[in-house]
Design a protein around this ligand. Structure first.
Ligand code: ACO
Length: 433
């Protein structure tokens, strides 16, 4: 096998001096060329969309896009989804190791001690229009947490960071569920700490004060899997947003609110809602060809939602788990003939055989199936991305804490390739054309 390179050299075609750059290796994944000192040579790199740029060091999550592998702290997602609950996975992401039995009990108890929202926060909800999108409400409410929980917001204090992380993880299900209840016009349901994390959220979503409600354990477990699968995904758009906002020393609530805003986009977390909207628009197996044709047409902005991924060049491992979970949930609910699921399966099959999708390595991503599972559970489309945000909060706080604890971290400040006017003189308004 050839030796790994330790240096890379940039040469210029005008006989200018060449520049030697060190190479860095991680424990897995591509090596990187360390370009930190390139600016001293009056040259920058150009990489819109960070297609080839590692913006940080991280030891939390690893994706092998070619193999379709996802690891949280080294553990394969398949094993975590099968054997863990969401709080164990959150602990793993935050602390680097799975908790032992005592640590798990203590962690659960700490999280439970923070599940309630400050009573005045309910007034923030009431300031929104009833028909506001739950993501709009979540961005606002999470951002406003910095006006309620400012006693532990010193980002340079490790203890404060942990307290804020616990608060975010504990309160985000309450915030997500309340954004739905407000929309519905039903009373807010308070958390019930005797329930587990997933059951508690389901209870706050679907229970009302006038009737007893017991979450279905099979559906709760399926929901827990959705949370685990969405908990982290290395340096995606929303996580990078959290890091960038947090890099200026911004408080954790402002940083996570920015992450939620980034997640909302249809190219990212909004894809699960967009997938269901798309399936509803297609409506019937007979119309699949028409939509596949549109997805391939460069002059049409339509894309097959729930397909494709920046990093995965094979099947998203989360999609495979979600497809199986989809069968379990539809079985439990007696919905195996669900037309939407059948339509999704047919669409997947046709796309996987189509040369356009095959040659571009466009496979279903996790969002392709998570929407169907959530819909079967009675969760409205508008809540899908909010639930993604609830799950991803675990990853965001782990990544935000990692960045703040890293002595090498700097304010994120990209450079640019300027293409505007060069210096010119001011023209008084009367003389402008
Ligand atoms: N349908 C049709 N064509 C597609 C799709 C799609 N879903 N995704 C990518 N392509 C095509 C592009 O048109 C492009 O074709 P070209 O090379 O001929 O121009 C090529 O595949 C590469 O696509 P890019 O947009 O350059 O790839 P990028 O890595 O920037 O985008 C993304 C990845 C945003 C996920 C894209 O695949 C997409 O828009 N998918 C649909 C939305 C979606 O499902 N998002 C969820 C992402 S996963 C998550 O956030 C959990």
């Amino acid at each position: 096998m050839s030796k790994k390179p330790t240096k890379a050299t940039i040469t210029f075609d005008n006989d200018a001096n060449s520049i030697e750059l060190p190479m860095l290796s991680g424990t897995a994944g591509n090596d990187v060329i360390d370009i930190r000192n390139l600016g001293k040579h009056s040259v920058f790199t150009y990489d819109p969309g960070f297609m080839s740029t590692a913006a940080c060091q991280s030891n939390i999550t690893f994706i092998d896009g070619e193999k379709g592998q996802l690891l949280y702290r080294g553990y394969p997602i398949e094993q975590l989804a099968e054997h863990c609950d969401f709080l164990e996975v959150s602990y793993l992401l935050m602390h680097g190791e799975l908790p032992n039995a005592t640590q798990k009990t203590e962690f659960t108890s700490v999280i439970n001690s923070h599940t309630m929202l400050h009573d005045q926060l309910s007034n923030i909800f009431r300031g929104f229009r009833r028909d506001a999108h739950p993501m709009a409400v979540m961005i606002g409410v999470v951002g406003s947490m910095s006006a309620f929980y400012f006693d532990a917001m010193d980002v340079y204090n490790p203890q404060h960071r942990i307290i804020s992380a616990h608060r975010l993880l504990a309160k985000i299900p309450t915030i997500a569920a309340w954004s739905y209840k407000y929309n519905l016009g039903q009373p807010f349901m308070h958390p019930k700490n005797k329930l587990n994390y997933a059951e508690n959220f389901i209870h706050m979503m679907f229970a009302t004060p006038c009737e007893e409600y017991t979450p279905n354990p099979i559906l709760a477990r399926a929901f827990e899997k959705i949370l685990i699968l969405h908990a982290d995904h290395e340096q995606n758009a929303s996580t990078s947003t959290v890091r960038l906002v947090g890099s200026s020393g911004a408080n954790p609530f402002a940083s996570i609110a920015a992450g939620i805003a980034s997640l909302w986009g249809p190219a990212h977390g909004g894809a699960n809602e967009a997938t269901l909207d798309m399936l509803e628009e297609i409506g019937d197996v007979s119309r699949i060809d028409e939509f596949i044709k549109r997805a391939k047409d460069k002059s049409d902005s339509f894309r097959l939602m729930g397909f494709g991924h920046r990093v995965y060049r094979s099947m998203d491992p989360r999609a495979a788990i979600m497809q199986k979970t989809c069968y379990e949930v539809l079985d439990e609910l007696g919905l195996h003939d669900d037309p939407m699921f059948k339509l999704a399966l047919k669409l997947e099959q046709i796309a996987l055989e189509d040369d356009y999708f095959v040659s571009k390595k466009l496979y279903p991503n996790v969002d392709f199936y998570s929407g169907i599972v959530m819909r079967a559970m009675g969760i409205p489309n508008s809540m899908f991305t909010a639930i993604f945000a609830l799950a991803r909060t675990a990853g965001w706080i782990a990544q935000w804490s990692e960045m703040n604890a890293d002595p090498e971290h700097k304010i994120g400040r990209p450079r640019q390739l300027y293409t505007g006017e060069t210096r010119r003189e001011f023209v008084p308004i009367g003389k402008r054309k």
